[in-house]
Design a protein around this ligand. Structure first.
Ligand code: ATP
Length: 366
C-alpha cells in the first residue's frame, strides 16, 4: 500500500525525554502516515532508540504526547499498545521451536489451535522459511532467526511495526539481502513501519522518509533523495553520503569564493564577505580535459591531481588549484572517465563544480 494522504497515523508531539539532567529528546515532533516506512537515522547517542522506545511504551517520555490511529497512547503500557517489534538481537526463545516462537503472541489472543497453526504456516511462507517450523533457533543462521523474529512481530497484524537496528548483527551480504526482503514484506503488508538505524545506506535504500536526528533533535525529515540532494544542514550533508567542506566566503546570494576566484553556487542567504562552508559531494565534481572551456559550463577550475586512491568502482582523487585557495577538493571519478582523461597523480585537469550542487552553510554548523 502506498503512503496515503490521510492525516497522520502516528503523531509525535513535542516529546521530551530526560535522563537526570540530560535531555535525550528535545521537543521532538513528527507525523507518520499510514503505510509509511520511516527510518530514524543518526549517530550513536542522537536519541533514535529513545524515540522508538517511547513510541513502544518501553520508556515513558518526560513530556509530550504520542497518538496512534487517533488514540492518545502516551501513557499506555506496552501491552496495551498496538505494535510488533524486532530487536537487534533476535530475542527468540531458545527452548521453543520456530513454530512456537511465532505462535507466542497469537496464543495470548485465544484463537483456536487450528487457526494459529494455519497462521504460523502462512507467516513462515511469507518470510521464506516454510520448512523450518520444527527446528530450534540455534539451528538457524542469524539472518534466518531475524526473519523468524519478523514473522513473530507481524503475527498479530499490528498497526505499527518497530524495528530496532534489526540488521546490524548480521554480516554484510545477509544484511543487504534482508533489506530487500523486509522492504518487500512491508510493502505487501502495508504496515506502518519505523526502523532505527545508524546505517545511512540502509535508510536510503529502505525508507519512504528518513528522519535525521542529532543531539536529541530532528535535523531534517525527507525522502531519501531530498535528504541526499537537498540537505538543510551541514550535519545532514556530512552524515549522509560524503561531502567536501570548504572554507569560503559568500560573495552574493548565488556566489562563493575560496582563493582567487568566485564560483556560482546554490542560492543562499549569507551577506557578502561572510565566512561560510561550501559543500559539494565528491561524485558531483565533473572532470574535463585540462584547459576545457565552454560557454555553458560555469565554475571551471584548473587543478593539479594529488593522490589517487583506487576504490574498486571509482577513483578518489585529491585536487588542488588556485581557485580553491588552500583547500583540497576530493573528487570521485569513474574508471572510464579516469581512463578517457588519462588521469595520473601529478597530472593536470579542469573540473566543473555544478552551481546547483555547490551548497553553502554557516561556519561551525555541524
Ligand atoms: P545508539 O545508536 O548508540 O543506540 P541512539 O541514537 O539510539 O544511539 P539513545 O540510545 O537513544 O541513542 O540514547 C540517547 C542518549 O541518551 C545517549 O546519550 C544515551 O547515553 C542516553 N541514554 C539512553 N538511555 C539512558 C538511560 N537509561 N540512562 C541514562 N542515559 C541514557
Amino acid at each position: 500500500m502506498a503512503p496515503s494522504s490521510n492525516p497522520a497515523y502516528l503523531q509525535i508531539s513535542n516529546l521530551w525525554k530526560a535522563f537526570g539532567e540530560f535531555h535525550a529528546l528535545k521537543d521532538v515532533s513528527l507525523d507518520i502516515k499510514e503505510g509509511e516506512f520511516v527510518c530514524f537515522l543518526g549517530p550513536s547517542g542522537c536519541g533514535k532508540t529513545t524515540l522508538l522506545r517511547a513510541v513502544a511504551g518501553l520508556d515513558l517520555q518526560s513530556r509530550g504526547t504520542i497518538r496512534q490511529g487517533g488514540r492518545d497512547i502516551s501513557t499506555l503500557p506496552p501491552s496495551k499498545r498496538d505494535y510488533g517489534i524486532v530487536f537487534q538481537s533476535y530475542a527468540l526463545f531458545p527452548n521453543l521451536t520456530i513454530a512456537k516462537n511465532i505462535a507466542f503472541g497469537l496464543e495470548n489472543t485465544k484463537r483456536p489451535k487450528a487457526e494459529i497453526e494455519a497462521r504460523v504456516k502462512e507467516l513462515l511462507a511469507l518470510v521464506g522459511l516454510p520448512d523450518q517450523a520444527n527446528k530450534y533457533p540455534s539451528q538457524l543462521s542469524g539472518g534466518q532467526q531475524q526473519r523468524i523474529a519478523l514473522a513473530r512481530a507481524i503475527a498479530i497484524s499490528p498497526g505499527l511495526l518497530l524495528l530496532d537496528e534489526p540488521l546490524s548483527a548480521l554480516d554484510a551480504k545477509v544484511r543487504v539481502h534482508l533489506r530487500h526482503e523486509i522492504k518487500e514484506l512491508q510493502r505487501k503488508l502495508g504496515v506502518t513501519t519505523i526502523m532505527v538505524t545508524h546505517d545511512q545506506e540502509e535508510a536510503l535504500s529502505m525508507a519512504d522518509r528518513i528522519v535525521v536526528m542529532n543531539h536529541g533533535v530532528i535535523e531534517q525529515v525527507g525522502t531519501p533523495t531530498e535528504i541526499y540532494r537537498h540537505p538543510k544542514t551541514l550535519f545532514v550533508a556530512d552524515f549522509i553520503g560524503e561531502t567536501n567542506k570548504l572554507q569560503a566566503r559568500a560573495t552574493n546570494k548565488n556566489g562563493v569564493a575560496f582563493g582567487t576566484g568566485e564560483l556560482r553556487c546554490a542560492p543562499h542567504s549569507f551577506d557578502a564577505d561572510q565566512p561560510v562552508i561550501a559543500a559539494i559531494r565528491p561524485e558531483d565534481v565533473i572532470p574535463h580535459e585540462t584547459g576545457f572551456k565552454s560557454g555553458e559550463a560555469h565554475n571551471l577550475i584548473d587543478v593539479v591531481i594529488g593522490e589517487m586512491e583506487f576504490l574498486g568502482s571509482f577513483w578518489r582523487t585529491r585536487l588542488r588549484g588556485k581557485k580553491l585557495g588552500d583547500e583540497v577538493l576530493f573528487a570521485d571519478f569513474s574508471i572510464n572517465a579516469a581512463r578517457r582523461l588519462g588521469l595520473a597523480e601529478g597530472g593536470f585537469l579542469t573540473v566543473e563544480l555544478p552551481a546547483e550542487r555547490l551548497l553553502v552553510f554557516p561556519q561551525g554548523g555541524d
